[in-house]
Design a protein around this ligand. Structure first.
Ligand code: CP
Ligand code: NVA
Length: 307
């Protein structure tokens, strides 16, 4: 029997448009049925975390358990990836023990190197550049609340970070009207922006006018202004991004049926006010729940195509 080529999920663009749509459907189905499966029976998934995590860690561990597998939580202390030994050697050794790796770390290049050399699927659980599992599950949340994702007006407000970059990646696969409202000194990644524009799927603008970004929007999305590993920049970002706060005044510029999203953890009172995050348009806890169903769908897809 010939060995299947393994698949990774380290950027949304690792999936084709139809694979993204199928994975959203699969996640919705897994959510509806919520039963124990045996996709990962007898297998172990390594969950490497070099940054803190509530949602990603717990949803992966619960998801792995619900798929019949076993998980190992691995911090920087144990393997010192790329320091104690090369990423190549670590990838080869981990591939002999594990069936899959999920990794949250700083450098996207490290994740790509790990994936290149591992003989097992690698899933990106967040880097400084991207957070693909987050936006995949957010697409499910949008479908649940708006009935579709295609051609919606999606306004991302705040720091041009890993979450903003992942929205650009999503916009290069699915048609949407994506408006990123941010300061000129906190833009999303220039290469990812150029690639998303070049893909020609979506209408995409980056604007320093928060009202232009949210005008008649169907979805308003925000994230912390200073990401993990950048907390020393908090004061500077607070100043640059103050006018991009998602508050009730700004929300009134959006469509009256707009939903408000935040990947969490939130810095209440900074990028979003209590009245908005706790208000009737907020879907933040549906987003958090959907991380579980989407992680399961991604693992099922990679397992089917790699084992
Ligand atoms: N949204 C998200 O990834 O949360 P955690 O950092 O808690 O995993
Ligand atoms: N942009 C945030 C997302 C946290 C889920 C960070 O990287 O810290």
């Amino acid at each position: 029997m010939t060995k299947k080529a393994k698949r990774d999920f380290i950027a949304i663009t690792d999936f084709t448009e139809s694979e993204i749509r199928e994975t959203i459907k699969l996640a919705a189905d897994l959510k509806k049925k919520r039963q124990k499966l045996d996709v990962l029976a007898g297998k172990t998934v390594g969950c490497i975390f070099h940054k803190p995590s509530l949602r990603t860690r717990i949803s992966f561990e619960v998801g792995i358990d619900e798929l019949g597998g076993n998980s190992i939580y691995i911090t920087e202390k144990e393997i010192e990836l790329g320091k104690r030994e090369s990423i190549y050697d670590a990838a080869k050794v981990l591939s002999r023990y594990l069936a899959m790796i999920e990794i949250r770390t700083f450098s996207q290049d490290d994740v790509e190197e790990l994936a290149r050399h591992a003989d097992i699927p690698v899933i990106n659980g967040l880097t400084d550049l991207l957070h693909p599992c987050q936006i995949m599950s957010d697409l499910l949340t949008i479908v649940e609340h708006k009935g579709k994702v295609d051609n919606l007006k999606i306004a991302y407000l705040g720091d041009g970070n890993n979450v903003a970059n992942s929205w650009l990646k999503a916009a290069s696969r699915l048609p949407m009207d994506l408006r990123i409202g941010t300061h000129k000194d906190t833009p999303p990644d220039a290469k990812i922006f150029a690639e998303a524009k070049q893909a020609g799927k979506s209408k995409i603008i980056v604007t320093d006018d928060p009202v232009e970004a949210v005008l008649n929007a169907d979805v308003i999305y925000t994230d912390v202004w200073a990401s993990m590993g950048q907390k020393h920049l908090q004061e500077e970002k607070d100043k640059l991004l103050a006018s991009f706060q998602v508050n009730s005044k700004l929300l009134r510029k959006a469509d009256s049926g707009a939903i408000v999203m935040h990947c969490l953890p939130a810095n209440r009172g900074r990028e979003i006010t209590d009245e908005v995050i706790d208000g009737p348009q907020s879907v933040v806890f549906d987003q958090a729940e959907n991380r579980l169903h989407m992680q399961k769908a991604i693992m099922v897809k990679l397992a089917r195509e790699s084992f």
